[in-house]
Ligand binder design. Structure first.
Ligand SMILES: Nc1ncnc2c1ncn2[C@@H]1O[C@H](COP(=O)(O)OP(=O)(O)O)[C@@H](O)[C@H]1O
Ligand SMILES: [Mg+2]
Length: 362
């Protein structure tokens, strides 16, 4: 078992009467890429700032490598920081920016030079040391900020929405780079973002935050496939969340009676006898059956509906299919050159495998 780098023990934070982080406990092992993911205002930055030491928990304890950080100031926590705005010193060269932290620590000049060169190499800016920040693109400036943070070789890097100021293409490229860098350095990364795709693409583990609490923790695939609540199901990826009015238990399945509708869906029975208040169906798990009758798909959960909207996303089509006035399903289907594609007003047959219907308690 790897050792624990960072531990939050029942941490709460209030500003005056407003409680912002509520009883969070979390262990982050050495070398893990963990993302704290949640909507704006849910308490991500506040949590990161407590790990960094910029503010103190109102209740609870932050431990780094087993040691309580109560009285330890930020500069002695051996943590690197990268923010959304790069905060580079405009009057210093790239090399001086990257070497700044080491210089402050009184590191010998030859050692600073070696560390700066190595950090710049890690972010693919080998030849940029003599430039000034204004001579770089936004993406390059963020790489300099990254190099500056890793140059002193901290054991942990905290990143707060570092890619938010970059355009989409660059953001996607940087995701891969960041992940590679993290693996190459073997450094613990705590990455704060509101962008679920970003978190899914990079993380070993995702901590989903909502209104100051942890809504769910798990690997990207597990969170996507087995959301713990309708909030997580809705926040991570697209999903159809339907309200359940009642259920009837079968031997291995559970029939879900949808609220305000005559429709029932058959789902695999959840292992624990949890309450069934909602169900979640991912758009890509709903099959559109072809109209020649030889259909395929699943023999239960066959539905028929009218296409009310078609959005062409390139590789796939997103349909809104009205099953009845209260149930409109979002369906994702592969676009193809050969088959005729559904158009507005078409009546289509759908099927859903019971295994792909997640029953949710809240
Ligand atoms: N210093 C502060 N004083 C008062 N309220 C704050 C302070 N810092 C953050 N908050 C409030 O705490 C909540 C969470 O903020 P934050 O942690 O920045 O959220 P996130 O990073 O998830 O967007 C927000 O409602 C914010 O207004
Ligand atoms: Mg924030």
């Amino acid at each position: 078992m790897s050792s624990i780098d960072i531990e939050l023990v029942s941490v709460s934070k209030s500003f005056g009467a407003v409680s912002v982080v509520k009883d969070i406990s979390l262990q982050i092992p050495q070398g893990e890429f963990v993302s704290i993911l949640g909507p704006s205002g849910c308490g991500k930055t506040t949590t990161l700032n407590m790990i960094a030491g910029f503010n103190q928990p109102s209740v609870g304890d932050i431990r780094i490598r087993g040691r309580s950080q109560g009285r330890i100031p930020p500069e002695r926590r051996n943590i690197g920081l990268v923010f959304q705005n790069y905060a580079l010193f405009p009057h210093m060269t790239v090399a001086d920016n990257v070497g700044f932290g080491l210089k402050m620590k009184g590191t010998a000049r030859s050692e600073i030079e070696t560390s700066v060169a190595s950090a710049l190499r890690s972010v693919h800016l080998d030849d940029y040391g003599a430039r000034y920040p204004r001579e770089l693109s936004g993406g390059q400036q963020q790489r300099v900020a990254l190099a500056r943070a890793i140059a002193p070789r901290p054991s942990v890097l905290l990143l707060d929405e570092p890619l938010s100021n970059l355009d989409l293409k660059l953001r996607e490229a940087m995701r891969l780079e960041l992940k590679e860098l993290q693996q190459q350095l073997g450094m613990t990364f705590v990455y704060v973002t509101h962008d679920q795709e970003e978190a899914m693409a990079m993380s070993d583990r995702i901590v989903v935050m909502w209104q100051g609490v942890i809504a769910q923790t798990g690997g990207p695939a597990s969170i996507y496939r087995h959301p713990a609540s309708s909030f997580v199901a809705d926040f991570i990826g697209k999903s159809n969340i339907l309200t359940i009015e009642g259920t009837s238990e079968q031997e291995t399945t559970l029939d879900l009676h949808l609220s305000g509708s005559a429709i029932s869906l058959r789902a695999k029975r959840p292992p624990n006898r949890q309450q069934a208040r909602f169900c979640c169906i991912r758009p890509e798990d709903i099959a559109v059956l072809n109209n020649t009758g030889d259909a395929g798909g699943c023999s239960v959960n066959r539905l028929s509906g009218t296409v009310r909207r078609v959005i062409n996303l390139g590789p796939s089509l997103e349909l809104a299919v009205e099953i009845d006035p209260h149930v409109v399903l979002t369906v994702l289907t592969r676009s193809s050159l050969s088959a005729s594609l559904p158009v507005m007003g078409d009546v289509v047959a759908l099927s859903i495998d019971p295994d792909d219907i997640q029953v949710l308690p809240e």
